[in-house]
Design a protein around this ligand. Structure first.
Ligand SMILES: [Zn+2]
Length: 238
């Protein structure tokens, strides 16, 4: 039985007091998010699928992959999707000494900005490893930390139908769904994810949902995100 920690209501409540997990809304809106790309095999196929269905999504990219595949990142941007920072090397942030932690954030952000001309608003900590110092550092560097509310563990390749069931069971207005278009290995197989996303999006569009970028869904700071990100020159709160 492989339940995600995000299936546990008390864990979601704990996290949502610290960082963005979902949007409180009655509108039938959802945010699909994809981690660990850009990936040359899977990201372009998602872009084609989303263009055909009129879906906007958010891609949390890893710096070392952006350096290798800048043209894919540019295509993500040109298609109107949002790009978020997922650090440079995808190392659990709470294990990093302060200087390296800041470097992991900064280098990925710079690579995204030099490729797309835009500074990302959101950062998703790799594997959800956080502590208060990590969150404070992310905010002090101008990012809003985000996790999500549904984690079907597609990166473990549990089978297309399992991924679909796990999302179906938990989806509600304002959900932020965590999926993967890349992985630690460049040749990682994300076929199950792509098939599940194709089926789920058809089903949810039919049910009246709209798919927005995170910024599209959360135009201002979410009520779930109690601390404001520090703007440059603003002393960090406590
Ligand atoms: Zn990741």
């Amino acid at each position: 039985m492989s339940r995600s920690l995000l299936d546990v209501a008390s864990v979601r409540e704990y996290l949502s007091r610290r960082l963005l997990c979902s949007m409180e809304t009655n509108d039938k809106v959802l945010a699909l998010t994809f981690d660990d790309g850009p990936n040359p095999h899977h990201t372009p196929r998602l872009l084609d699928m989303f263009a055909a269905k009129g879906i906007d999504a958010t891609f949390f990219v890893v710096g070392r992959r952006v350096r290798r595949f800048p043209e894919i990142l540019k295509a993500v941007q040109d298609a109107g999707h949002e790009i978020g920072n997922h650090t440079n090397h995808h190392i659990p942030m709470s294990l990093l000494p302060p200087a390296l932690l800041r470097r992991e954030i900064r280098v990925c952000g710079e690579l995204i900005e030099s490729t797309t001309g835009q500074r990302p608003r959101f950062l998703r900590p790799p594997m959800g490893w956080i502590n208060d110092y990590v969150l404070k550092t992310i905010r002090s560097m101008g990012y809003e930390p985000v996790i999500g509310s549904i984690h079907p563990q597609d990166s473990r390749r549990p089978g297309r139908d399992k991924i679909i069931q796990r999302v179906r069971k938990r989806v509600e207005p304002g959900s932020v769904i965590i999926l993967h278009d890349g992985g630690w290995w460049l040749g990682v197989d994300r076929e199950q994810t792509l098939e599940a996303v194709d089926i789920l999006t058809d089903e949810l569009l039919e049910a009246g949902y709209r798919f927005l970028t995170l910024s599209g869904m959360c135009p201002r700071l979410s009520p779930h995100s109690p601390e404001k990100p520090a703007s440059p020159g603003t002393p960090p709160r406590q």
